[in-house]
Design a protein around this ligand. Structure first.
Ligand SMILES: [Zn+2]
Length: 113
């Protein structure tokens, strides 16, 4: 349960941030999760809902932005979204291993008061 550990870390960061800002509550927490990060967004949301009671983020809104995989084709010199697990450029068919996004796992923003 990778997501539970992540949720715990995110909630700790949120609580720490709120404390340093002299805020009592976290209202909104936004996370960005890439398709390649190995994190299931639903599992992460479930873990946040389950673990937030008793923390400053109890009752907060959890926004999880999912970032799809994007590769760069060196032949066409342009980005593309692969249609499946083989990252083939839709324009020229060349297979690219130059993945530019999809690995994200970030705490993007926090709203506290
Ligand atoms: Zn191409």
């Amino acid at each position: 349960m990778h997501e539970a550990g992540l949720a715990t870390t995110a909630l700790e960061i949120a609580a720490d941030h709120a404390r340093r800002r002299g805020a009592a509550r976290v209202h909104r927490l936004t996370l960005r999760v890439g398709d390649l990060s190995g994190v299931a967004p639903e599992a992460l949301r479930f873990a946040l809902d389950a673990l937030s009671p008793g923390t400053p983020a109890a009752g907060a809104a959890f926004d999880i932005e999912v970032v799809s995989v994007e590769c760069h084709c060196p032949a066409c010199d342009r980005p593309f979204r692969p249609a499946d697990v083989i990252y083939a450029c839709p324009a020229c068919g060349r297979i690219s291993s130059d993945v530019r996004q999809g690995h994200e796992l970030e705490l993007v923003s926090l709203e506290v008061s």
